[in-house]
Write a protein that binds this ligand. Structure first.
Ligand code: COA
Length: 311
C-alpha cells in the first residue's frame, strides 16, 4: 500500500473579471497582462462568499470523487493565507459543515506552496497507518487582500478552491517522491503588508524560474524515473512564463502541462488542486500516468511531488 490521491474536486466563483475590466480601474492593458503573465481573466468571489464557502464546495466534490462521506474523514488540512478568521480555522468550519465529526482539523500556511505541504503532511499519516482518509484543501479569497489600486499585483490574482482526498492506493500507484523547501531570507520579496499583498515581482520571478524546474527534476529522479517518463506537469499557476521554464527544462510538450492560469489567474494554494481536478475531469491525467505537481510561493517556500495517478 502507498499514500495517494483517491479523489479531487474544485470550485471557482461564477464572476469573471477580464483584463479589459481591470483596464477600467488601474493603468494597465490586456496586451501587457497577457504577454507578461498569460492571464486573460480571473474569478472573483462575491462579498457573501468567503474562503470556507469555496473550500466546502471543492471538498464535497473531492469526497464524491473519492466515494467517501464526512464520517469517513480522519483529518482535515486546509492550506490558506486568506482564512475567514484566524480562528476558528477554515478546517474547523469544514469539519462542522461536512459532518466530519471524528476528524481532527488544522489550517496550514505556506503561501502558494501550501497545498504541496498539505499533501506531503497527509502522506505521513497514511504511511504510518495512523489515518485512512485525509481531506487536503487549498482555498483562497485573495481578492480580500488585493490592493485594487496597485497594478503590479491586482492583475495577477484570483479566488477559488481545490481539494483532494489522500488515502491508501495500490503500491504501483500513489506518491513516489517529494521535496519541500523554504528560504526565509527571501520573505521580503512577497508578503502581506498590513492589509494587502506586496511583491517584488522580478525577484520572485527569478526565484521561481530556478526553483520550479529544479524541484520538478529532483522528484522525478528521486522516484527513479527520467524526465522523458513524465506524462503530465501541474505547476503552480502563477505566470505562464515561469511555468514554461519548468516545462522546457523537463522537455515536456505544451499539451502535457496544465495552463488554467489563463482563466483563473494565480489562486495561490488553490491553483495546483484546481488544475489537477480539471486535468482528471477532462482526461488529461489518466490512470497510471506519471504526474509532477510543483509549487512555489511567499516565504519563500516550495514543494514538488512525483506520483502515479490512480488507486
Ligand atoms: N500593467 C502595465 N504595466 C505594468 C503592470 C501592469 N499591470 N504591472 C507592472 N507594470 C510595469 C512596471 O511598473 C514596470 O514599469 P517601469 O519599467 O516603468 O518601472 C514595467 O511594467 C515592467 O516591469 P517588469 O518588472 O520588467 O515586468 P516583468 O516582465 O518582470 O513582469 C511580473 C512583471 C510581475 C509579471 C513578473 O515579474 C512576475 O510574474 N513575477 C512573479 C510574480 C509571482 O508569480 N507572484 C506570485 C508568486 S506565488
Amino acid at each position: 500500500m502507498r499514500a495517494g490521491i483517491i479523489g479531487a474536486g474544485h470550485y471557482v466563483p461564477d464572476k469573471i473579471v477580464t483584463n479589459a475590466d481591470l483596464e477600467k480601474i488601474v493603468d494597465t492593458n490586456d496586451e501587457w497582462i497577457r504577454t507578461r503573465t498569460g492571464i486573460e481573466e480571473r474569478r472573483i468571489a462575491e462579498d457573501t462568499m468567503d474562503t470556507s464557502d469555496m473550500a466546502y464546495e471543492a471538498a464535497i466534490r473531492a469526497m464524491e470523487a473519492a466515494n467517501i462521506t464526512g464520517a469517513d474523514i480522519d483529518l482535515i488540512l486546509v492550506a490558506t493565507v486568506t482564512p475567514d478568521t484566524p480562528f476558528p480555522t477554515v478546517s474547523c468550519m469544514l469539519q462542522d459543515r461536512l459532518g466530519a465529526t471524528k476528524a481532527a482539523a488544522m489550517d496550514l500556511s505556506a503561501a502558494c506552496a501550501g497545498f504541496m505541504y498539505g499533501v506531503v503532511t497527509a502522506k505521513q499519516f497514511i504511511d504510518t497507518a495512523v489515518y485512512k482518509n485525509i481531506l487536503v484543501v487549498g482555498a483562497e479569497k485573495l481578492s480580500k487582500i488585493t490592493d485594487w489600486t496597485d497594478r503590479n499585483t491586482c492583475v495577477l490574482f484570483g479566488d477559488g478552491a481545490g481539494a483532494v482526498v489522500v488515502g491508501e492506493v495500490s503500491d504501483d500507484k500513489g506518491i513516489l517522491s517529494f521535496e519541500l523547501g523554504a528560504d526565509g531570507s527571501g520573505g521580503k520579496h512577497l508578503y502581506q503588508d498590513k492589509d494587502f499583498i506586496s511583491m517584488n515581482g522580478r525577484e520572485v520571478f527569478k526565484f521561481a524560474v530556478r526553483q520550479m524546474p529544479e524541484s520538478s527534476l529532483h522528484v522525478v529522479e528521486k522516484a527513479g524515473y527520467t524526465k522523458e517518463d513524465v506524462d503530465y506537469l501541474i505547476p503552480h499557476q502563477a505566470n505562464i512564463r515561469i511555468m514554461e521554464a519548468a516545462r522546457n527544462k523537463l522537455g515536456i510538450p505544451v499539451e502535457k502541462m496544465a495552463t488554467s492560469v489563463k482563466r483563473f489567474g494565480n489562486t495561490s494554494s488553490a491553483s495546483i488542486p484546481i488544475a489537477l481536478s480539471e486535468a482528471v475531469q477532462n482526461g488529461d491525467v489518466k490512470d497510471g500516468n506519471l504526474i509532477v505537481l510543483v509549487g512555489f510561493g511567499g516565504g519563500l517556500t516550495w514543494g514538488a511531488i512525483a506520483m502515479k495517478w490512480g488507486r
